[in-house]
Design a protein around this ligand. Structure first.
Ligand code: THU
Length: 133
């Protein structure tokens, strides 16, 4: 599967958004080695802080369904932004738990712009281990 095809999967995921408060839908799609695609979208709550981003929903869904995060090939995220969407800090930290620093992350918008990046760029000097425990 190509980067562009995975963006299409993220666009499909975005259609499932539950975002009545921000009206800002986000879609994420994670490709595994065997071709499986796991999708996630943002789900909001009337108690705003309980809302969860598309990226974390996709990743937590992958783990919950019994897939192995070590099989992840790449991930795509899409939003209706002017430039390719930029994941929030909380999602970057959660992704750092499961993605390798050089795993491809494709950031996209609905106009066809996209940027290929990774956690090395998105979250340098990452907190990855608890010492002295
Ligand atoms: N959101 C995501 O799902 N992913 C991002 O990368 C940025 C923000 C969601 C959270 C909230 O539901 C809405 O977009 C507006 O912030």
């Amino acid at each position: 599967m190509t980067e562009k095809e995975l963006i299409k999967e993220a666009i499909e995921a975005r259609k499932r958004t539950y975002s009545p408060y921000s009206h800002f839908g986000v879609g994420a799609a994670i490709l595994l080695k065997d071709g499986t695609v796991i999708k996630g979208t943002n789900i909001e709550n009337v108690s705003y802080g309980l809302s969860l981003c598309a990226e974390r929903n996709a990743m937590f869904s992958l783990i919950s369904q019994g897939y192995d995060y070590k099989d992840i090939v790449m991930m795509a995220v899409v939003g209706d932004t002017d430039k390719p969407i930029s994941p929030c800090g909380a999602c970057r930290q959660v992704l750092a738990e499961f993605l390798k620093p050089d795993t491809k992350i494709i950031l996209a918008n609905l106009k066809g712009d996209f940027k290929i990046t990774n956690l090395e760029e998105l979250l340098p000097y990452t907190f990855t281990e608890i010492e002295n425990v």
